[in-house]
Design a protein around this ligand. Structure first.
Ligand code: F6R
Length: 602
């Protein structure tokens, strides 16, 4: 989704902004722009293309130290140069970048801008004109900005520059992420820490409804009542080197390869050398009181939730429901007497999930966010947080965050099950089992040529593909299909293997690829029957089986791991198949079309 970066007071403003925009590319975007102060005034450069194209267009005039930049993911209006941010007001006085969606833009236009001819079709252009309007009524810039915020309805993260005074940037947010970065002698703003990580590791959160006046040496925070408040910075754990691709051709491949190391990190984070859980005992006590656990997420996180559901139910005996946030936000199920909510979100900023969290908070119920981003909105607003410790995930298609989510839920299930005296939980040696998983992952990712060849054989000429499995394999089938479709654009669907014959089998014809997962003996034997059914209708099948359950003709044999953690290894070949399918089609693996890494609008 859209990204913001800004800097005030640095001699290197242009490079900071361009680097920041490069770092924000992973969020997904379709146009980009920057506005920088110079001796001759502000200059704005925009493109309906990539940041690299913007870089080539930016003038090499000496800059004056202040600027704002933006990557846009179109919501209102096409991805054109005109609609790209920053937007300069008609008078030339104000420049603004905006993330989010302004709901009452038509009312604002009719009420304040009936005689202004706008350049483009964005809601964002309207708000910069509204600031200009109030300023022309005689208000100071801060007062005009404040008045605009009082009039606006919707979600926003905003950075505004008054061209007549480039020593300040004005900031505000509501429901869209925005963070201030503190550097030595200059300050920054960004929609996430990644945009500023080359400059600083000290960040200050901005809360909904606040306004900030940012200068080179000061950050003035004004609350909703316009009173000045103070807030400490926190130090981010991100290592700038983690955000580089190194020798890898794509972030996705790097992130797939990092999974064994992430498993080991998680063991260190969640288990003491004596084998005790490090999870805050308040979380476990609160969960132990619950009669039902609700897991909420979107996309890959929802898929991880489906795996977590089975782990938690098996190890704790507490019933678990998994909900799509975009559905639950508008259609709340009947809740149990003592519910406990887990929000799964790698970014911690997903608008759909946040909408549910806001509603659950209104009910005063206990919530836990499991996220990769410390200090993210869903982390701040939930009762508790557990971190994924996966390191930055840059590729839009999630890989290591998915396996980390599953692993954190395993630690949680184990600790909760033990607390509840469940024998299965007591017997499960997670450290040992995850050690085996990490080694299995290592051997799988080492076999890349095999997946490249399988992808060429099964997927290169395909327009569609099906993924089937039962139980945990069904949950992973959904994830495997999502990975393939989002980066290769092959229409791929995951199915419970037994469901095929109830309709979908009508789509199977000569050469249709069907990927079948077998990691459980009993359910796998039934999936074998489903494989025969599709093969006899012409499907070409690619069978992934756990060691011990394999047949000679199977294409991928997974090293043996504990039944409960099979998704952590079954998914690896599917991630690699998707990666090579995208590569072999010459597509942008890390930045697939129409998608965003951090989905901050509904
Ligand atoms: C797909 C993917 C998405 C996200 C979804 C939720 O590879 O990454 O499906 O899982 O947009 O995002 P988070 O986890 O940040 O809430």
């Amino acid at each position: 989704m859209c990204g913001i970066v800004g800097v005030v007071g640095s001699k290197n403003a242009k490079n900071i902004l361009l680097n920041g925009l490069h770092k924000l590319e992973y969020r997904g975007y379709d146009s980009a722009g920057i506005m920088i102060s110079s001796e001759e005034g502000m200059y704005v450069t925009k493109t309906a293309g990539r940041v690299a194209e913007l870089e080539a267009l930016v003038s090499d005039r000496e800059d004056n130290g202040t600027g704002i930049g933006h990557t846009r993911w179109a919501t209102h209006g096409e991805p054109t140069e005109n609609n790209a941010h920053p937007h300069l007001s008609k008078s030339g006085r104000y420049g603004l970048v905006h993330n989010g969606v302004i709901e009452n833009f038509e009312w604002l236009r009719e009420t304040y801008l009936s005689d202004v001819k706008l350049n483009g079709d964005t809601d964002s252009e309207i708000i910069v004109e509204v600031v200009d309007y109030f300023s022309k009524q005689g208000l100071s810039t801060l007062a005009a900005f404040t008045k605009m915020l009082q009039e606006v309805k919707g979600s926003y993260a905003l950075a505004l520059i008054d061209v007549t005074d480039d020593s300040k940037i004005y900031l505000a947010k509501n429901k869209s992420p925005l963070l201030v970065g503190l550097a030595d002698g200059y300050n920054l703003v960004g929609s996430d820490a990644m945009a500023m990580i080359n400059e600083t590791d000290r960040f200050v959160e901005i809360m909904d409804g606040e306004k900030i006046v940012l200068t080179a040496n000061e950050m003035v925070i004004l609350n909703q009542d316009n009173q000045e408040i103070t807030r400490d910075f926190y130090v981010a754990e991100i290592d700038a080197n983690d955000t580089e691709k190194g020798l890898y051709p794509h972030y996705m491949l790097k992130e797939i390869d990092e999974q064994p190391a992430v498993m080991r990190t998680l063991v260190q984070e969640y288990v003491t050398p004596n084998g005790e859980s490090t999870i805050d005992s308040d979380i476990i006590e609160e969960m132990a009181k619950s009669d039902r656990i609700y897991i909420v997420g979107c996309g890959t996180s929802w898929h991880a939730g489906l795996v977590g559901q089975k782990m938690i139910e098996k190890l704790t005996n507490i019933p678990v429901e998994v909900h799509l946030a975009s559905e639950m936000g508008y259609d709340m199920p009947i809740l149990s007497k003592n519910p406990f909510f887990i929000f799964l979100t790698q970014s911690g900023e997903t608008a759909d999930s946040r909408q549910v969290l806001v509603k659950i908070n209104e009910l005063n119920l206990p919530t836990l966010t499991i996220t990769n981003v410390k200090g993210s909105t869903l982390s701040r607003e939930a009762t508790y947080t557990l971190l994924l410790h996966a390191g930055p995930e840059i590729a839009v298609a999630s890989t290591k965050a998915y396996t980390s989510q599953i692993t954190v839920m395993l630690f949680l299930a184990k600790a909760l099950g033990e607390k509840l005296g469940q024998q299965k939980a007591k017997e499960l040696d997670v450290v040992h089992e995850l050690g085996i998983v990490a080694s299995a992952m290592e051997s799988l990712v080492a076999d890349k040529d095999h997946y490249a060849a399988l992808s060429e054989k099964f997927l290169l000429d395909s327009r569609n593909a099906f993924y089937i499995g039962r139980g945990l394999d069904y949950a992973v089938s959904l994830e495997g299909a999502l990975k393939l479709k989002e980066i290769s654009y092959i229409q791929a669907e995951g199915f419970a293997a037994g469901e095929l014959k109830h309709g979908t089998i009508a789509l199977i014809e000569d050469g249709t690829p069907v990927v079948a997962l077998i990691s459980n003996e009993e359910m796998g034997s039934h999936t074998r029957g489903n494989i025969k059914e599709v093969e006899s209708r012409g499907a070409k099948t690619l069978v992934v089986a756990l060691e011990g359950l394999e047949k000679e003709t199977d294409d991928i044999v997974l090293p043996h791991v504990h039944q409960l953690v099979t998704p952590l290894v079954t998914v690896i070949p599917l991630q690699l198949l998707a990666y090579y399918a995208s590569l072999q089609r010459d597509l942008d693996v890390d930045k697939p079309r129409n998608l965003a890494k951090s989905v901050t609008v509904e």
